[in-house]
Design a binder for this molecule. Structure first.
Ligand SMILES: [Ca+2]
Ligand SMILES: [Ca+2]
Length: 360
């Protein structure tokens, strides 16, 4: 099984090094999407019995893997793993001064990160003490203590969104994300913040051979597997490739759907601990959003508090004296009709004065 995993990982890494296909440019942050499981909630989740949990997907090593069918007619699936060790934020103003303040806020949770940050590279890494990075680490196979980076730097671009990623054993506790978010917001430094598990790695995957399960030769115990198929999956047959063949196959009866095939792979994994071979294609194409911790009706200034400054900011924006980012506009629109208006302003004003105890 270990070798199979290696093959899978090697295949994934090889594909990861291919030039990003055109359509993947539309993904919000290249290889990594700003997503959590809710972003896939309108898709069918497939139970594969944890078959991919040990599959390394790039940098994140934590989190549970979920598999979703891309559409009713597609044989592609999304493999999604929430990143429990990563925080993501968007700078309000992308300046060196703002980043210096961000690093000051992070410093108690990531000692040494301020000094390690390179403004040219738009990243900084604190390595485990006394250890130089390996080649794998330099190209992104992450085992350092913690690092911060512009999420577009992997594809040679620049953005105003950064990830702070923690290696195993270095992640601060759950409350730290909230504290960091509030501290950054109170200083007016950010316009979005995604906490633990609010971003996810996601890849499109498909079976190695269309609608047939493929396995590394020599891994399947023919007698036991055939007996299992006869019992649990009648009509499925075992087709061992024999010496010199690249793969062994488990072949479903004609008309079996892609979803039934991947579910069967999960059942076979559960029974024998052997993972079928799948190909990882590319990152998802659709823009996906997780939960922005700064999304809070009434908080127009994004400082995690609702007060008179929000009323003033809302008023200024209606007069054209202040422009609002997307999160600020959404927070202003407390009645949720899609338009920030004087009605919303009045709602926030009454709430701040204590005339009403709800917004909207
Ligand atoms: Ca506020
Ligand atoms: Ca409104």
């Amino acid at each position: 099984m270990k070798k199979t995993m290696k093959m899978l990982t090697a295949a994934l890494l090889a594909l990861a090094c291919l030039p990003m296909p055109i359509q993947a440019q539309a993904a919000p942050h290249g290889w990594y999407g700003t997503a959590d499981q809710t972003a896939f909630s309108d898709l069918d989740e497939v139970d594969v019995k944890g078959m991919f949990d040990a599959w390394s997907m790039g940098q994140s090593t934590d989190g549970t893997t979920h598999v979703y069918r891309k559409s009713n007619v597609s044989s592609l699936f999304y493999l999604v793993r929430s990143r429990e060790n990563v925080l993501r934020f968007t700078l309000r103003e992308d300046t060196d001064a703002a980043m210096a303040e961000v690093l000051e806020v992070l410093e108690p949770y990531c000692p040494g990160l301020s000094a390690a940050y390179d403004a040219q590279q738009r990243s900084g890494t604190v390595w485990q003490e006394g250890r130089a990075p390996t080649y794998g680490e330099r190209v992104g196979d992450f085992h350092s203590c913690y690092q911060i980076y512009d999420v577009e730097r992997w594809v040679g671009e620049r953005s105003d969104t950064f990830d702070v990623e923690f290696g195993e054993g270095y992640r601060p506790d759950d409350a730290a994300a909230d504290a960091i978010c509030k501290a950054l917001a109170a200083r007016g430094l950010i316009t979005s913040f995604y906490g633990w598990g609010e971003t996810a790695d996601y890849n499109e995957i498909c079976s190695m051979t269309n609608d047939v399960l493929s396995y590394t030769p020599g891994k399947l115990d023919a007698g036991a597997v055939q007996a299992y198929l006869d019992e649990a999956l009648p009509g499925w047959t075992l087709n061992l490739g024999g010496e010199g063949h690249n793969e062994d196959h488990i072949v479903p009866p004609a008309g079996t759907s892609s979803i039934e095939v991947i579910e069967a792979a999960g059942e076979i994994y559960e029974a024998f601990g052997i993972t079928a071979l799948f190909l990882a294609l590319e990152s998802a194409n659709d823009p996906l959003q997780g939960t922005n911790a700064l999304a809070c009706p009434g908080d127009v200034t994004l400082d995690c508090e609702i007060g008179m400054t929000d009323v003033v900011a809302a008023g200024e924006s209606l007069l054209g004296a202040r422009s609002l980012c997307d999160t600020e506009q959404a927070n202003f629109d407390v009645d949720g009709d899609g338009v920030p208006s004087t009605t919303d302003l009045l709602c926030i004003y009454k709430y701040v004065l204590g005339i009403t105890d709800t917004l909207g």
